[in-house]
Design a protein around this ligand. Structure first.
Ligand SMILES: Nc1nc2c(ncn2[C@@H]2O[C@H](COP(=O)(O)OP(=O)(O)O)[C@@H](O)[C@H]2O)c(=O)[nH]1
Ligand SMILES: [Mg+2]
Length: 480
């Protein structure tokens, strides 16, 4: 599976920049560099007996990339392509586990392309997406959770996500998985030994088995739960704001964005189509959807808008039902909408707006009366105008997205692949716990234990198919 050829790519983003980096990794990386690079001064470079460039590991050199094919510039000198700093890393203690060269050149697309082409004419091929990281993984430099974390760090939308991804990159998730695996593996070995050598080893006691299984189950369930937050952190959380015309939906969107995105007027029906805006709320990339107000109408455009509102709420991860605190009448459209969301198992919460116009007595009354069945928590009293209560509203969103049932803050955010495998392991262990209770033979226990361990191995990539690798690295950029 391990490619022996040398790969190269432009690792920096396309376009003009101050500096760009061209990377080369593989057996011929140093040889190729030797052919195209010459140091500017202080010739400290070591050469072998054949005068080949032998760079030191983890060292930077200043010099020139030259075309060695004999091309000359107009003045008859060797054609210089760029003045560069190259950093050389000798394998196996490198990102890829191989000899690795990073050429820091000027950030012009023309220069980087010329250097890349030159390297390719010397026998390197263009790297595939994520191939540098893939090589590092195959060389055992990082496990699969770390490789996936590299992708998360690159694509993170908020600081919170980047912190979680960096913690996974440092190996914390891999370590937790490894610890659980080693506990289960020990158990497995003992059970298998008992099956193979019943006289010497004997059956495993249920009392020995239970605590280990339960502890592992708890931990894996905790981890599996973080896949939900992981999805919100990676893909964003869709928050729909719905309510009657003039409740203050557009004002709330603007408040969350901290700028006047949506048109706010006191004319009901101003927002006729949904507006979607991304906003970072406590480190969660939230897409806020401001919708057309819910009410009976004969106006065709408004009608279509209201249909869209319904759809937005049905498709949102979370819906804020916004009430106008100055309206004292009974709830109508809002309750109908809530019922619909409840049927679809879509979560929602209630916020009551315009508290700046209300006295304490009115607020107390609202807290008692404006209750919509099935909503998350009590109604939140806010003012989109003054900003009061907005932090409490953000609390609801944050708690919904990032905290588990025990209100413990998540310390990992599994991706879809990891989450599915984690659940697989949980299922196998739950089955095993039942089998053990029911006194089923030990080989039954062993096979479920094996399944649980295999799922964990797939998370860390200890056992991995080419298909999984292709899937994981398909989302990378070229050059990483
Ligand atoms: N006093 C007060 N007025 C508000 C508040 N939020 C919105 N409004 C006013 O209510 C009217 C309708 O607001 P808008 O955001 O357009 O409501 P929408 O139809 O639900 O989008 C506007 O005149 C806003 O200035 C608030 O918290 N306090
Ligand atoms: Mg509006």
């Amino acid at each position: 599976m391990f490619d022996e050829d040398t790969i190269t790519a432009i690792s920096t983003a396309p376009g003009v920049g101050a500096i760009a980096i061209v990377r080369v990794s593989g057996q011929r990386a140093f040889a190729i560099l030797g052919e195209i690079f010459s140091e500017r001064k202080n010739k400290t470079t070591v050469s072998d007996s054949k005068n080949n460039f032998v760079p030191e590991s983890h060292r930077a050199y200043i010099g020139y990339i030259k075309d060695p094919s004999g091309a000359l510039d107009p003045l008859g000198a060797d054609k210089i392509i760029d003045e560069v700093v190259v950093v050389t890393y000798r394998g196996p203690n490198t990102y890829t586990g191989e000899d690795l060269v990073e050429i820091n050149c000027h950030g012009s697309p023309v220069v980087t392309r010329e250097i890349l082409n030159l390297i390719m004419t010397r026998g390197a091929r263009l790297a595939e997406k994520g191939e540098f990281t893939k090589r590092g993984f195959l060389a055992g430099r990082l496990d699969l959770t770390q490789a996936e974390a590299v992708l998360d760090v690159i694509h993170c939308k908020t600081e919170r996500q980047s912190h979680l991804a960096l913690s996974v990159l440092q190996g914390h998730l891999g370590k937790r998985i490894k610890e659980i695996r080693s506990r289960l593996m020990e158990l497995y070995t003992r059970i298998v030994a008992g099956i193979d050598f019943p006289e010497e080893v004997g059956d495993l006691d249920l009392a020995d088995l239970e605590p280990i299984i339960n502890e592992s189950l708890d931990e894996l369930k905790d981890l599996a739960q973080t896949a939900r937050s992981g999805r919100f952190l990676r893909d964003g959380l869709k928050l729909a704001i719905i309510g009657r015309p003039n409740a203050g939906k557009s004002s709330l969107l603007n408040r969350l964005l901290n700028f006047e995105r949506a048109i706010v007027t006191d004319i009901p029906g101003t927002t006729r189509d949904s507006i979607e805006e991304p906003v970072d709320i406590r480190g969660i990339p939230v897409v806020v959807i401001d919708t057309a107000g819910l009410r009976e109408t004969e106006d065709l455009v408004e009608k279509i808008g209201i249909e869209r509102t319904t759809r937005s709420a049905e498709e949102a991860d979370l819906t804020c039902i916004l009430l106008d605190g100055t309206e004292t009448g009974p709830l109508g459209e809002e309750s109908l909408m809530a019922e619909r969301l409840k049927e679809l198992a879509r979560p929602y919460f209630v916020a009551v707006n315009k508290c700046d116009l209300l006295d304490e007595k009115a607020i107390a009354k609202i807290k008692e009366e404006k209750i919509i069945a099935g909503s998350l928590g009590d109604p939140i009293i806010i003012s989109a105008l003054s900003g009061e209560g907005i932090e409490a509203l953000k609390d609801v969103i944050e708690n919904f997205a990032l905290f588990d049932n025990s209100r413990k803050e998540i310390s990992a955010s599994l991706n879809e692949r990891q989450g599915a495998l984690c659940l697989k392991s949980v299922e196998a262990l739950s089955r095993l716990a039942e089998s053990a209770q029911a006194g089923l033979p030990q080989d039954c226990l062993a096979s479920d234990l094996r399944l649980a361990v295999d799922a964990l191995d797939a998370i860390s990539g200890q056992v991995v198919t080419e298909e999984i690798l292709t899937e994981v690295f398909a989302n990378f950029c070229i050059g990483k």
